[in-house]
Structures are given as structure tokens and as C-alpha cells.
Design a protein around this ligand. Structure first.
Ligand code: DX5
Ligand code: ZN
Length: 216
């Protein structure tokens, strides 16, 4: 069963509670955290996640686009994240493994994200040794909403799906960037089971209908 995770990056931050309620028919809420270093944009920190946690029961899928994410795992876990996803490019492998171990200690689910340039094979140690709960394949360069889907990532989604089936079948495969109904179908056919969508949901006149359309 496909899960839909609207990204509040495309919400109106002055009306965040209203915009979270507008997507309550979705499965997860995707929160894009950017530090102005790993990506050029700067967005949300732990106090905002804590305020969101107080106003919704939705599963909080927090995507950390930050350098050296091990520094921030504790703060976002305590703020109420259910799942923390770190980029494997954001630090040296031992430090990324340390970030995942910290998530285990704090009882949050753990995800690993790949920029478009990163090869599928890079996920293998995180599936086998770190026992990741989710792999996130980016289908745009991280940093901004509203970019076109990079169809060249579809073979990588298929390859990551094969590694998941081989090494850790319970792991979820999330795709993020440029998802609208047509690309949602392509990503799902390639093996994705969680789809993030920002602009496709929030630029629609009826976000609930947009979520239903993404389910296909
Ligand atoms: C981009 C973020 C995405 C973004 C997706 O760096 O990780 O989650 O919100 O936005 P759309 O769906 O508009 O591509
Ligand atoms: Zn994201």
C-alpha cells in the first residue's frame, strides 16, 4: 500500500496548522529541514517540529538536509519526530552510522537519503548493518520545492528496490521531488512505496483530491 507524505515546504507558514489539517487524509507529514549549508535554503528547526507535534497525530517524517546530522538527532527526536532521515552525503560513513545508532537509542525510525548523484549501491551497508527503516531517493536536487522530476533516477529506484528485497524487505522506499500523478505512477512502478509531494498537493485547489489522485 502506497503512503502519501505531503511536504509542508509548500504550505503557508503563517497558516501552518490550517495547512496541516488540509492534508489530514494523507498518511505521513513530510517536514523538510534545511541548514543553508548542505543545501542553499534554510527552513525549519526543532521548535517548529515541537509545535507541529502538539497539533497533529500524523506520523512526522522529518527529512534532514543538514551537514553533520548527528548533532541534531537528539533535538529533533525530542521535538517529536517519528522518523528521521539523514543524507549519506552529509558526513563520513562512521558519523552517519552514529546518527542512526542515536535514532535507535531514542526510539525513532531511521532513514537514509540519496542525492541524485549518489549510486544505489551506497545504501547496502545502511540496509545490512544499520538496518535502516527507510531509503529516500531524491528525484530533484534537494533544496527547493516545485522542481521537475528527474526521470533518470527511475533505474536507481528500481535498483534500490532490488537491494531492499534482497537485504531488508521490511524497509520502505520513499521518493521525493517532482511528484504529481503521472510521476507518482512511474515511481510506484519502479518500486517506491512512500511518495512525497509538496507543490502537487499545496498548489491544488483541493489538497484532499490531489492526495487521492496521487494514490492512483
Ligand atoms: C526538496 C524537498 C522536497 C520538496 C518536494 O529538497 O526535499 O520534499 O518539498 O517538493 P515538490 O513536491 O514540489 O517537488
Ligand atoms: Zn523532502
Amino acid at each position: 500500500m502506497i503512503k502519501i507524505a505531503p511536504s509542508i515546504l509548500s504550505a503557508d507558514f503563517c497558516n501552518l496548522e490550517r495547512d496541516i489539517q488540509r492534508v489530514s487524509s494523507a498518511d505521513w507529514l513530510h517536514v523538510d529541514v534545511m541548514d543553508g549549508m548542505f543545501v542553499p535554503n534554510l527552513t525549519i528547526g526543532p521548535p517548529v517540529v515541537q509545535s507541529i507535534r502538539a497539533r497533529t497525530e500524523m506520523f512526522l517524517d522529518v527529512h534532514l538536509m543538514v551537514e553533520k546530522p548527528v548533532r541534531l538527532v537528539d533535538a529533533f527526536a525530542r521535538a517529536g519526530a517519528d522518523l528521521l532521515t539523514v543524507h549519506l552525503e552529509a558526513d563520513m560513513p562512521p558519523a552517519i552510522h552514529a546518527a542512526l545508532a542515536e535514532m535507535d537509542r531514542l526510539g525513532v525510525k531511521k532513514g537514509i537519503a540519496l542525492r541524485p548523484i549518489t549510486a544505489a549501491e551506497a545504501v547496502i551497508p545502511y540496509l545490512c548493518e544499520a538496518q535502516a527503516d527507510l531509503i529516500l531517493v531524491m528525484t530533484v536536487e534537494p533544496g527547493f520545492g516545485g522542481q521537475p522530476f528527474l526521470a533518470g533516477q527511475l533505474p536507481k529506484i528500481q535498483a534500490v528496490r532490488r537491494y531492499i528485497q534482497r537485504y531488508r524487505p521490511e524497509c520502505r522506499l520513499e521518493v521525493d521531488g517532482g511528484i504529481h500523478p503521472a510521476t507518482a505512477r512511474q515511481a510506484a512502478e519502479a518500486g517506491a512505496d512512500v511518495l512525497v509531494a509538496g507543490s502537487a498537493v499545496y498548489s491544488a485547489p483541493d489538497p484532499a483530491a490531489a492526495i487521492a489522485a496521487l494514490r492512483g
